[in-house]
Write a protein that binds this ligand. Structure first.
Ligand code: GTP
Ligand code: SPV
Ligand code: MN
Length: 587
């Protein structure tokens, strides 16, 4: 196979000249192709077959122990002007970046196959979807792309019939997996991604963070009227049978997958939850002035640890078949295992590195171990998830993982204040990125690692959307992760987060009791249904209160952060900050 698209054909030839693969293989995305690639990887040791009686179609990949998460310090936005990348990104001049990575790409596919992977992000026939082509020398990446995107012949058709040749180009090689020779480079002005030296997740599956967030966020601002966001999309069906859609941005490993498929607790009879997306949302302004969201992805690359029958039974059920596991542990009879699947590690476990499990060696599964599975296997997958126009969003939630300060939930006073709330999200770092875990950092809109341009301009884009419609979603901030003096979570989380979503939807409907404070509307005492919960009234009061002194300190930190953006900083957010600070001083 090849292609009738001349631009694609010549780019593939050029990249083959650079990387010198032994073979070029054009992927069609068929079941047969997937199965034969899996067999090849099992033969080469790249994949291990899991227990086919309990987990049919499931395999395990053990990545290089130095290649287990996204590498933010090696991720670059390469624009002509450094200011266009902004203080939120690493920047390199395009010519320098090309030179640097092309030296690593030179001859790197010798002895290997170059796979040509055409893909579409979004429902295959949606006008909102976008195409790309990833060239990679990793069969594991191809198998994952097949699950995560609409990959193969239908995608190629779309690319060949697009007169504008708007597909995004991605060149990927695992190289020698040396962290010293690893770079994830983005050239938004060329609609191009070059990634070398990693085979893991967002570093290597270029449709996900590189295309659907970094390149797409750039494009969304340029063409106006839409947003590419690190957000889940979930539909809440009320006992009356109305479905309201919520989009929520939480940083990596802060609960998007879990919220997207929560199961209502017994006390919340009549509610149903429908999953549309669990990591990325593209939201377009509709003719009705509402924001309509599609999920550009077709699969999930979800965090394994913590996924259990009490926390996320929907996810657990999704991953019993046709799933690629990465860096989990294995039981003696070949079943996948991770911390949180059961209380104690089973006897005779093999850890994520393939060694007999020993308590002294750290966790059995890597903290950022993951599963790759098609969304079609999610029991709560929405029948509207493939709607070409997307689903209308009623509320946007921002949130982070913070042991103290930020309340369980509060609502912005208006769109501008909501943008301020998103811009000031802070969260404790997690194992999803290499580096220290548990350090609070600012992660605006959960997009710090994913915004493909200057964050100051990104906030302006958000504010601009606010001026284009008066029918936009209401904006809220949530925090499921407050801890008490003993270090225990104060809020039960997971399924019980529905109680918070109910208050959110009541507020959207102009109901739901709230108290206005300097930081926004907080739920009035008793406004959140705690019926049947083991949460004391004191804890509830604590979770829905503002501590003015602590918030003053927070405002100083926010202003210091805003200071980094210099003349790209939108005045509206500085005004908002000054307002909150002044109101706190009077509180
Ligand atoms: P990425 O895929 O990295 O973007 O992560 P995510 O935002 O989808 O996070 P995910 O839902 O996978 O959750 C990450 C971790 O947080 C898991 O270990 C969950 O068990 C845990 N978690 C999710 N929701 C809650 C919650 O409401 N309360 C508590 N305490 N933990 C939660
Ligand atoms: C994240 O880190 O936000 C993820 C995992 O969703 S990865 O695909 O590796 O970026
Ligand atoms: Mn994510």
């Amino acid at each position: 196979m090849t292609t009738t698209n001349e631009k694609l054909k010549s780019w593939v030839e050029e990249m083959a000249q650079l990387t010198t693969p032994d073979r070029i293989y054009w992927c069609d995305g068929s079941d047969q192709e997937y199965e034969s690639m899996v067999e090849e990887m099992v033969a080469s040791g790249d994949l291990v077959k899991l227990n086919q009686d309990t987990h049919p179609g499931c395999t395990l990949h053990r990545s290089n122990p130095d290649d287990v998460a996204r590498v933010e310090h090696l991720t670059f936005i390469c624009t002509k002007h450094e200011d266009d990348a902004g203080p939120n990104n690493n920047w390199m001049a395009p010519a320098d970046a090309h030179k640097k990575v092309d030296a690593l790409f030179a001859g790197c596919m010798k002895g290997r196959t170059m796979y040509v992977v055409p893909y579409v992000m979004g429902p295959i026939d949606s006008p909102l979807s976008k195409a790309g082509v990833e060239l990679t020398d990793s069969a594991y990446v191809v198998a994952n792309m097949r699950i995560m995107t609409r990959m193969g012949t239908p995608a190629m058709k779309r690319i060949e019939t697009d007169a504008k040749d708007s597909f995004v180009k991605g060149l990927h090689s695992i190289g020698d997996l040396d962290p010293e020779r690893r770079f994830i480079m983005h050239f938004p002005e060329e609609r191009l991604i070059k990634s070398v030296g990693s085979g893991y997740g967002g570093n290597a599956l270029l449709g996900k963070k590189c295309h659907a967030l970094r390149i797409a966020s750039w494009e969304a601002r340029e063409s106006k009227g839409w947003l590419a966001e690190h957000m889940l999309i979930v539909g809440i069906e009320t006992p009356e049978g109305e479905i309201h859609y919520v989009a929520a941005a939480f940083p990596s490993a802060c609960g998007k997958t879990n919220l997207a498929m929560l199961i209502p607790p017994a006390s919340q009879a009549g509610y149903k939850v429908w999953t549309v997306g669990e990591d990325i949302a593209w939201m377009h302004l509709g003719d009705d002035g509402r924001l309509w969201a599609i999920n550009p992805e077709a699969g999930m690359f979800g965090v394994a640890p913590g996924t259990g029958k009490d926390t996320n039974p929907n996810a657990l059920q999704s991953i019993q078949k046709n799933t690629i596991y990465t860096n989990v542990a294995v039981t003696p009879d070949g079943q996948p295992w991770w911390e949180g699947l059961s209380k104690e590690p089973p006897e005779g476990l093999t850890d994520w590195q393939g060694r007999p499990y020993k308590a002294g060696n750290g966790t059995a599964a890597h903290p950022n171990s993951r599963f790759t599975v098609s969304c079609s296997q999610i029991p709560s997958y929405s029948k509207h998830a493939e709607d070409p126009q997307g689903v209308p969003i009623s509320a946007i939630l921002f949130g982070g993982r913070r042991a103290s300060l930020t309340p369980l939930v509060y609502q912005s006073l208006n769109w501008q204040h909501g943008v301020f709330m998103g811009a000031t999200v802070a969260s404790e770092t997690t194992a999803a990125i290499t580096g220290q875990v548990g350090v609070v950092r600012r992660d605006p809109m959960a997009m710090l690692p994913f915004c493909g341009y200057n964050m100051g301009d990104y906030w302006k884009h958000w504010l601009q959307i606010g001026k284009m419609s008066d029918n936009l979603p209401k904006i809220f901030h949530v925090n499921w992760f407050r801890r008490n003096g003993d270090g225990d979570f104060m809020w039960p989380g997971f399924g019980d987060n529905l109680r918070v979503l109910r208050w959110v939807l009541e507020r959207c409907a102009g109901k739901g009791e709230a108290v206005r404070t300097p930081i926004g509307y907080l739920p009035s005492y008793g406004a959140i249904d705690t019926n049947g919960l083991d949460v004391s009234p004191e804890t509830m009061a604590d979770l829905t209160a503002v501590d003015p002194a602590a918030w003053q300190a927070e405002m100083d930190d926010i202003n210091e952060f805003f200071g980094k953006f210099g003349d790209r900083m939108p005045q509206e957010l500085l005004d908002e900050s000054a307002r909150v600070k002044a109101e706190l001083a009077k509180a």
